[in-house]
Design a protein around this ligand. Structure first.
Ligand SMILES: Cc1cc2nc3c(=O)[nH]c(=O)nc-3n(C[C@H](O)[C@H](O)[C@H](O)COP(=O)(O)OP(=O)(O)OC[C@H]3O[C@@H](n4cnc5c(N)ncnc54)[C@H](O)[C@@H]3O)c2cc1C
Length: 321
């Protein structure tokens, strides 16, 4: 018997193809060099895994559904990972170690991970639900890509809307009051609150709620302690003025963290590009940059474009790298 035979294959079933489930698969694939784990991911949503945090952008029309997909395995059994979408787990037999899906399939496991996230809380208001428990016409929750479609469909002919639930927005507003300096911009009708605190020409704090289009440049300047541009409105509104709110990619130091969620530096992105990654998606697959909150996407795309342009001047690129 060879050493490889002695490492028995283990079956991992992950229920939930969301942010946690897809991250687990990614990390396992990265560490399981001997391919010991045979993984099955079961998700009841019909889509590939996506970044739920960016759903608001899809609803606002500032991001497409495809742009928020996570760098995760496609529905296939390649690479020891099978992803089954549009299928719900309806039963778990812990004694037999088998899960049953709503299409009647039984899937055995050695290890089971429940990465099923949370459900939207619907307050017990009379008349909000039909007899079968579903929401009445005109009411929707906001948790999934399909919810986005439903809300947009409802909004098409609607003239008035009531939103229940403020979540972290309320807490962040309280936090905002503690700051003494900076010019806040409130646009209550559009759910927008922005504030950038500047001391000695550098950003010391910021709040961007609602419209977060300048979050990437603001975080870059904050991380790097960079001097803010002369036209400070560019920190609050994308496309305002002629100056760019961030520095050009060439001036970002290699050690600067570009993707804070995944701790990816500009140097790591450059190394990734030199190893063959030619698009922001390629970089995301290899480094996970852009797959957290997503606000660094413009910066990553800028770096990739800059690297491509620099490649026509090889000496310049190698000097910079
Ligand atoms: C609109 C919105 C905005 C948000 N904004 C932020 C933010 O700004 N910052 C932040 O930190 N967090 C935010 N969150 C919360 C964040 O999205 C969650 O914390 C995160 O998605 C949790 O990841 P998860 O993988 O545990 O669960 P999820 O991403 O919810 O994934 C769980 C998946 O499991 C599926 N599932 C459940 N039961 C079953 C079953 N029986 N069989 C098969 N599949 C099943 C679910 O349908 C879902 O697809 C936001 C959430 C929403 C809805």
């Amino acid at each position: 018997m060879t050493a490889a035979d002695m490492i028995a294959t283990r079956r991992l079933v992950i229920v939930g193809n969301g942010m946690a489930g897809s991250r687990l698969v990614h990390e396992l694939r990265r560490r399981d060099l001997s391919s010991r784990w045979q993984v099955t991911v079961i998700g009841d949503e019909p889509h590939a895994a996506y970044n739920r945090v960016l759903l608001s952008n899809v609803l606002a029309g500032t991001a497409s559904a495809s742009s928020i997909h996570l760098a995760a395995p496609k529905p296939s059994s390649d690479d020891g990972v099978e992803v089954r979408t549009g299928v719900a787990v309806v039963d778990i037999d812990r004694v037999a170690r088998v899960v049953t899906t709503d299409d009647g399939r039984q899937i055995p496991y050695d290890v089971l991970v429940l990465a099923t996230g949370s459900t939207a809380v619907v307050p017990p208001i009379d008349g909000l639900r039909t007899q079968d428990g579903s929401l009445v016409e005109g009411a929707a929750v906001f948790r999934t890509l399909d919810d986005c479609d439903r809300i947009l469909e409802l909004a098409r002919n609607a003239t008035r809307a009531v939103v229940l639930g403020g979540g972290s927005r309320c807490r962040r507003r309280q936090f905002a009051r503690r700051w003494r300096r900076g010019a806040p911009v409130r646009r209550p009708g559009r759910g927008t609150y922005k504030k950038v605190v500047i001391r000695d020409g550098r950003i010391t704090g910021a709040i961007l709620l609602g419209d977060v289009t300048t979050a990437g440049p603001v975080m870059q300047l904050f991380d790097r302690g960079g001097v803010v541009p002369p036209d400070r409105l560019t920190l609050l509104f994308a496309g305002m003025g002629s100056s760019d709110a961030t520095e050009t990619p060439a001036r970002i130091p290699d050690r600067a963290t570009v993707c804070r969620c995944n701790g990816v530096t500009k140097g790591a992105i450059t190394a990734c590009w030199l190893a063959g990654a030619r698009t922001a998606e390629d970089v995301a697959l290899r480094t996970r940059a852009t797959t957290g909150c997503g606000t660094c996407r413009d910066t990553v795309e800028g770096i990739v474009d800059w690297l491509a342009a620099s490649a026509t001047e090889p000496r310049t690129l190698s000097q910079r790298v």
